[in-house]
Design a binder for this molecule. Structure first.
Ligand SMILES: NC(=O)c1ccc[n+]([C@@H]2O[C@H](COP(=O)([O-])OP(=O)(O)OC[C@H]3O[C@@H](n4cnc5c(N)ncnc54)[C@H](OP(=O)(O)O)[C@@H]3O)[C@@H](O)[C@H]2O)c1
Length: 351
């Protein structure tokens, strides 16, 4: 954020940008991006703050303009916007035009929009209208606040997070199929938080049959949308009375009767506007995802428990030689109640 302090008149633009990013954290606009906007006077007195709350609702810039106590305050003001304002007519009018028509003199952009319908054209439109534009002052922070949006727009497929809960010695379930509960109530609540951050939650037939999960977010005070349930099946019948079936899940594998090509499935999910998927299946599905190189992030709950024997290891299949191991970069380690949560990403080229 040093560059922002260097290039922007006066102090505080970096903090204002972070405040705008922070304001987006509790919003659920997917398949649109999380965007926040702050309108300030030239000496950085805050006039208003806006976010886009949901798909099809008013964008952050319009919300911030509407929140001004007097619309004339926009004349000569600065808008600090986390993402490049859109310049195309979607379900809402272009934000560039709303800012220009309101008389905003300067726009500070956190990150350029990777969406090809916008990417640079919003900035161009503002500049051509005589608005001063500063861009890309908080790229990393903006991407970190909504990684799925950037991933989806860049690659056309959802960002995949694989979650697994295992004993300290790596067992995901006992031989009799029981795995409830390996981890603590705190860790399970944390999984519900993860669900709330993803557009979809995906399991394999084995998990539906063994655990009968509903795959919903159940957390105190949670009012956001429920993730779309997705089930991957091979040859087995899924019981009709399963809780997840009541939620009309997206099913893959019914026609192929055997093996689902996960890369193709992700392309299909991407085309449906699904930007993030949490894989919560068992060891077989985890193996399919890991070997297909489609996992972007691993979230591993290491329980304060020893299986002290072999049941179902967290990932199925054989580990023949050390050269087969996937190298990871651990990006975060946290205690969650009595358990440990490890977040890791594949090293470049290992996925
Ligand atoms: N500790 C944890 O975090 C955790 C999480 C979930 C489940 N579990 C436990 O894991 C056990 C279930 O393990 P599991 O490995 O059977 O569950 P799973 O991985 O969720 O489901 C496996 C099944 O999914 C289908 N499948 C997976 N990949 C496929 C692909 N690429 N194409 C087509 N079908 C595919 C196959 O269905 P077909 O059999 O129809 O071919 C496969 O047998 C249970 O004991 C459960 O309690 C533990």
């Amino acid at each position: 954020m040093r560059r922002a302090v260097d290039i922007v008149d006066g102090l505080g633009v970096d903090e204002l940008m972070l405040a705008a990013i922070d304001a987006t954290r509790s919003t659920y606009p997917h398949p649109n991006p999380r965007v926040g906007a702050v309108i300030v006077t030239p000496d950085h007195t805050v006039l208003s703050l806006g976010v886009c709350h949901g798909d099809g609702l008013a964008h952050a810039e319009t919300t911030a303009l509407d929140a001004l106590s007097d619309s004339s305050l926009a004349k000569g003001a600065t808008a600090i916007v986390t993402l490049e304002p859109c310049s195309h007519q979607g379900r809402t009018p272009p934000c560039t035009d709303a800012l220009i028509n309101a008389g905003i003199a300067k726009v500070v952009v956190g990150a350029v929009d990777p969406d090809p319908r916008v990417s640079g054209s919003g900035i161009r439109r503002l500049s051509e209208a005589g608005v001063e534009v500063l861009t890309g002052i908080a790229n990393e922070a903006v991407i970190a606040a909504d990684p799925a949006y950037f991933h989806h727009r860049q690659f056309g497929i959802p960002r995949v997070t694989l979650k697994m809960a295992a004993t300290l010695d790596g067992q995901a379930a006992a031989l009799d199929g029981t795995s409830q509960w390996i981890t603590s109530a705190e860790a399970r609540d944390d999984v519900h938080r993860l669900r709330s951050e993803n557009d979809a939650v995906l399991v394999g037939a084995g998990t539906v049959i063994a655990d009968d999960p509903s795959l919903t977010v159940r957390r105190d005070g949670y009012e956001g949308p429920q993730p779309l349930p997705i089930v991957v099946v091979g040859n087995r019948e899924i019981p009709r009375e399963s809780k997840v079936m009541e939620r009309d899940p997206l099913m893959y594998g019914l026609e192929t009767q055997g093996s689902v090509d996960l890369a193709e499935m992700l392309k299909d999910l991407g085309s449906r506007g699904i930007m993030s998927v949490l894989v919560e299946g068992g060891p077989t599905l985890a193996r399919s995802f890991v070997t297909s190189g489609t996992v972007d992030s691993f979230v591993w709950y290491v329980a304060a428990k020893l299986a002290a024997g072999t049941g179902f290891p967290a990932i199925a299949g054989r580990f023949e030689s050390i050269a087969e191991a996937l190298d990871l970069i651990v990006v975060d380690v946290q205690m969650v109640g009595p358990d440990i949560r490890v977040t890791a990403v594949p090293t470049e080229g290992s996925a």
